[in-house]
Design a protein around this ligand. Structure first.
Ligand code: SF4
Length: 303
């Protein structure tokens, strides 16, 4: 029973009440799970992002542990320094965790992320990918999905390029562990945090982050939309150990991407009568990405 509880539920709460997130925020909920698994001997390194706000103003701390706020571009470098200081103090059991958004990961902090991954720093890097700079007003990032509107890509000039393959970029550093995670698959998420914690070197988790104000969704639907993103293969769940890919969840039936996109106001224009064939383009790309992932899994264990 205790094992079952540990797999799904937060046993001892390791965050304080009163997180400053929006209603329905996936990030705040998942940080509760992360904190409950990692415990209090943990230093959280936070670049400019939604978590800078959720953590609270100066003098407050959302998590039971230590929090270091840093600049957009330098969270992995800051975490490297924290790791070195803790090791020097003999506190090798401490966890050092970066809690970043997609802007700080895909764009502004990418060079620092690559440096820390290349050096094999013993850091857990968690990217809450909500597909835009939500904290500063929903501006486009390179993680913004094709077809979405943001304040810098308003309709009709919605985003017409694809997000970069960050899982591919990060795992190509030959790190011991990288994985995608979803709010709707908590058992899978908790297992992956545990794996990242025990990895011998740099580990990377990317979360599909439900964000009601940025995605124009009903806050009560955050979990069901996150589930649909996995079921429609918009956000596949997989992990990479060194270069080996393993898909963690195979959807049992074919569900078109529209089922997930129609629940999000950022894609509303794609469903208008005079809309272009963007939905068809998205479906084709998602199908192609999935086939590629399945192929990568197949060949992963041949070498
Ligand atoms: S803007 Fe989005 S990610 Fe940021 S706190 Fe609000 S719901 Fe969470």
């Amino acid at each position: 029973m205790a094992d079952l509880v540990y797999k799904f539920l937060i046993g001892e709460e390791k965050v304080y009440p009163g997180a400053l997130s929006c209603r329905g925020c996936g990030w705040a909920l998942l940080v509760r799970h992360i904190a409950s698994i990692l415990g209090e001997n943990t230093v959280y390194v936070v670049p400019a992002s939604c978590y800078s706000i959720i953590a609270g103003p100066y003098g407050y701390n959302h998590v039971k542990g230590s929090t270091v706020h840093t600049v957009f571009a330098a969270a992995p470098a800051t975490a490297t320094g924290v790791r070195a200081a803790l090791d020097r103090q003999g506190n090798k059991d401490a966890n050092v965790v970066v809690l970043a958004g997609d802007g700080g990961t895909f764009d502004i902090g990418l060079q620092s992320l690559s440096g820390a991954a290349s050096r094999g720093e013993r850091i857990i890097y968690v990217c809450n990918n909500n597909g835009a700079y939500m904290n500063t007003g929903i501006q486009t990032s390179t993680a913004t999905p094709y077809g979405a509107v943001t304040t810098t890509n308003p309709n009709p000039s919605y985003k017409k390029t694809w997000p970069k393959d960050l899982m591919g970029i990060v795992s190509s550093h030959n790190i011991p562990y990288a994985a995608t995670c979803s709010l709707a698959f908590i058992q899978d998420f908790r297992r992956k945090v545990e794996r990242a914690k025990n990895a011998d070197g740099f580990s990377f988790l990317m979360i599909d982050g439900p964000c009601p104000p940025g995605h124009k969704t009903d806050p009560s639907q955050s979990i069901s939309i996150a589930r649909l993103a996995v079921e429609t293969k918009l956000f596949p769940l997989f992990e990479v150990e060194h270069h080996r890919v393993k898909i963690n969840y195979y959807p049992k039936k074919e569900i078109p991407v529209e089922e997930c996109l129609k629940l999000q106001g950022r894609f509303r224009h794609l469903f208008k009568e005079n809309a272009t064939d963007a939905l068809k383009t998205i479906q084709e790309q998602v199908d192609s990405n999935w086939k590629r992932l399945v192929k990568l899994e197949e060949i992963s264990y041949q070498f």
